[in-house]
Design a protein around this ligand. Structure first.
Ligand code: SF4
Ligand code: SF4
Ligand code: SF4
Length: 312
């Protein structure tokens, strides 16, 4: 089933807020998890909303992507809460969450998974600078991304992962929000992908929509362009890391802070090898390395931090 998400002002951002507000008002849904602009701040963080009036701060289609929320959704769902939560996730967050479900570190049981056509993201540092330099209004950002008329925003670049993302479309959802190939002046589309999703969309009593004519072609074009960019990037990285010497050079600024491990949603081990004594060498070992080479940087184990979720 497909329904149309329209707003009287023809504002996609407000239309989405209205859609999510109505969803949260349904008695079947107790909470919504989605990106929210923090009060008196430009920061946009994944948040759990229970008050429908607070949906006015929600920005599900924004250039901010501070963390992959899969790990947070895992925490929300790994045990029963006797509540139904609808979670709005980008495609890479959805893929990561599904991996955690397979590892029994999350469950779909009490969730409604809402996937979105991805609005891409600036790097975190660029997003911070972007907000200080006349950022686009939410509607203008949506228009810019989904009309695919621009590559950059006020000179700021999208993250490389987004420019090379081969699947920025919703997967494994109960409800998908579609914008690619859709005439946004006529509203967006919500499509049910499961019985639970269909029942919820029916309850909203919104006008039904037809499958967007240009969607498959638009998705194909995006996929082809991003796959091409991805291939070039992977060949470049391959050439820069195809020996242990080059791999060490690639990671030569790594300080073993383990932030990548902490942030990676599918760095899933209950006991991480980096929290064990495996790399706590005897003092003499460090000195022997230095004696052998004349100089030995500390720490030495940078290139062993290869995350399982390198490409989700
Ligand atoms: S990596 Fe892909 S799915 Fe994830 S935010 Fe970027 S474009 Fe979206
Ligand atoms: S690669 Fe990981 S461990 Fe190394 S500096 Fe970056 S975030 Fe920290
Ligand atoms: S760094 Fe390796 S051992 Fe540690 S959590 Fe990630 S995958 Fe597991």
């Amino acid at each position: 089933m497909m329904i149309k998400i329209v707003h009287e002002d023809k504002s996609p951002a407000k239309g989405l807020q209205q859609f999510f507000k109505q969803l949260l008002k349904l008695q079947e849904i107790d909470a919504l998890f989605l990106p929210v602009r923090l009060k008196e701040s430009n920061s946009i963080m994944p948040s759990l909303v229970t008050d429908p009036e607070r949906i006015e701060d929600a920005v599900p289609f924004s250039p901010a992507f501070p963390i992959n929320s899969a790990r947070m959704v895992s925490r929300l769902s790994y045990k029963a809460s006797k509540r139904k939560t609808a979670v709005v996730l980008r495609p890479c967050e959805m893929r990561a969450f599904i991996e955690l479900v397979k590892l029994k570190q999350g469950s779909r049981q009490e969730l409604i998974l809402i996937g979105i056509d991805c609005p891409k993201a600036l790097t975190s540092s660029d997003y911070a600078a972007y907000t200080k330099k006349d950022p686009l209004e939410d509607d203008a950002y949506i228009e810019a991304i989904f009309s695919q008329k621009i590559e950059t925003l006020n000179g700021f670049q999208f993250s490389t992962a987004c420019d090379t993302c081969e699947n920025p479309f919703p997967v494994n959802t109960d409800i998908s929000i579609l914008l690619h190939g859709v005439d946004l002046s006529d509203g967006m589309i919500a499509e049910s992908k499961s019985d639970d999703g269909r029942l919820l969309l029916e309850s909203l009593k919104m006008p039904e929509a037809e499958s967007p004519e240009n969607r498959d072609e638009t998705m194909m074009q995006i996929k082809e362009a991003n796959s091409k960019a991805n291939k070039i990037m992977m060949e470049d990285i391959g050439a820069r890391t195809d020996s242990i010497v080059k791999l060490n050079t690639f990671f030569d600024q790594c300080i073993n802070c383990y932030n990548c491990r902490n942030m990676c949603p599918v760095c899933y081990c209950k006991e991480c090898v980096f929290n064990t004594d495996v790399f706590n060498h005897q003092p003499v070992q460090y000195l022997q390395w230095a004696e052998k080479k004349g100089v030995s940087s500390c720490p030495q184990i940078r290139c062993f931090i290869i995350l399982p979720g390198w490409r989700i």
